[in-house]
Design a protein around this ligand. Sequence first.
Ligand SMILES: Cc1cc2nc3c(=O)[nH]c(=O)nc-3n(C[C@H](O)[C@H](O)[C@H](O)COP(=O)(O)OP(=O)(O)OC[C@H]3O[C@@H](n4cnc5c(N)ncnc54)[C@H](O)[C@@H]3O)c2cc1C
Ligand SMILES: NC(=O)C1=CN([C@@H]2O[C@H](COP(=O)(O)OP(=O)(O)OC[C@H]3O[C@@H](n4cnc5c(N)ncnc54)[C@H](OP(=O)(O)O)[C@@H]3O)[C@@H](O)[C@H]2O)C=CC1
Ligand SMILES: O=C(O)C(=O)Cc1c[nH]c2ccccc12
Length: 441
Amino acid sequence: MFSFSGQTDFGGRRCVWVNGPVIVGAGPSGLAVSACLKEQGIPFVVIERSDCIASLWQKHTYDRLKLHLPKKFCQLPKQPFPEEYPEYPTKKQFISYLENYAQKFDIKPQFNECVQSAKYDEACHLWRVITVSTTGLVRLETEYICQMLVVATGENAEGVVPEIEGLKEFSGEVIHAKHYKSGEKHKGKKVLVVGCGNSGMEVSLDLSNHNAKPAMVVRSSVHVLPREIFGKSTFDLAMMLMKWLPLWLVDKLLLILAWFILGSTQKLGIKRPSLGPLQLKNHHGKTPVLDIGALERIRSGDITVVPGIKRFNSNSVELVNGDTLNIDSVVLATGYCSNVPYWLQVSKKDSISALFFGGKSKLNLFSETEFFAKNGFPKTPFPNGWKGKCGLYAAGFTRRGLAGASADAMKISQDIGKVWKEELNQKKQKVPTHRRCISTF
Ligand SMILES: Cc1cc2nc3c(=O)[nH]c(=O)nc-3n(C[C@H](O)[C@H](O)[C@H](O)COP(=O)(O)OP(=O)(O)OC[C@H]3O[C@@H](n4cnc5c(N)ncnc54)[C@H](O)[C@@H]3O)c2cc1C
Ligand SMILES: NC(=O)C1=CN([C@@H]2O[C@H](COP(=O)(O)OP(=O)(O)OC[C@H]3O[C@@H](n4cnc5c(N)ncnc54)[C@H](OP(=O)(O)O)[C@@H]3O)[C@@H](O)[C@H]2O)C=CC1
Ligand SMILES: O=C(O)C(=O)Cc1c[nH]c2ccccc12
């Protein structure tokens, strides 16, 4: 491990030598890794592009959001939720919990710095992480040099905006669900909600609560489950059943119970996928909707379900069934994606093979690395996708929500702890560990 830590200026770019890992992202995953490292006395640096922790929760979610899994599945390691918190904490409560968490473990991220590139320098066996400040007019670059890199930028780093014919000609407001706050300003307006995942359903419900007229696009199929079954969390019930029964059987039981409680969703224009809800989540990452009231509003006609979109016009939308709807605005609840392929760079070996085997001019952009696939998720399937080579780790990419992030954080911090202690012991035995890095900046 480095015996020094400090910063130098190299021609306008600040250069920071980091003793311990660099963690990219101060969301729940980055905070959880940080807390577990802090407990072991391991130093680290957290880099966050926003000006606060948990920016997804603080800046990119709607006012009425609540956790949709019971609190015991959403707490981070080493600090349970306050006892007085309800079973499904509100977004405000969750943020307050995270703020206290960061304070308790004395986690102080480098805010307003966006990681632009991270590359493993094979010459000196170190990661070079370049950030750009996200405030001020002057472009300030910093290079962090470290032995370990923890990627904690999230499965929901960027909103997906699909290309739909005519969308640019549409004259009303078009926003992604990550910018939707409340239905208040949409009162009396016709809003097209594109997408029927948890976001699409909950935005439609919120719009309906504010007396707007939402139409929700369901272009394929989705599983809708009640959030609770006979007063018990459906997720909790599923987790219990999974201890004894195969996944397909748990799915069958969930679907029978869902039909009993919610009735047929098909009759409301929402087809169910052929694969069961948990199998679909496990194999394709598609989260089932946990219904908190949208279905009832669909049944009552307050939310209209419409099929896929053909094209937009100036103030209307044409649907694949030939219908045309006049609309005032659009909310794209079309999902999220990881941004890792934009900044985690391929190694020299990878880029050379990409050049020979179909690499294009955007070589380092959007390309896969040995560890991360093109979609920005680790290639190795769960439960082994948390650790790569050369001190690379991924926290929060298991498609298992906050519980998955916490599990990753514990595994990663244990692994880093082992490496750290081994190197400390080597130092004590006076084995020289100082590495000389001869490389151009
Ligand atoms: C609306 C919504 C509700 C959800 N509700 C639940 C729930 O109830 N229960 C559950 O278990 N899961 C839920 N999830 C899943 C969600 O993924 C987790 O709640 C959690 O936020 C994941 O934490 P994370 O730290 O991995 O990612 P994030 O919370 O997305 O944090 C990543 C951080 O990295 C920063 N970052 C990204 N790129 C860079 C970069 N290049 N440089 C520097 N910083 C960067 C971001 O600004 C962000 O602060 C929900 C997701 C959404 C979108
Ligand atoms: N209360 C809570 O805790 C909440 C949790 N979340 C979580 O956040 C994560 C993201 O959820 P969400 O934002 O809903 O994203 P999802 O990826 O789950 O859903 C995206 C939706 O958009 C549809 N879609 C995408 N492109 C188009 C298009 N061109 N035309 C029509 N439809 C389109 C998809 O349809 P198709 O399936 O056909 O591709 C799908 O219905 C999930 O893990 C979710 O559980 C979200 C909201 C609330
Ligand atoms: O990713 C999410 O949105 C979650 O809330 C976590 C989650 C993990 N597995 C699930 C199965 C059903 C519903 C939610 C989840």
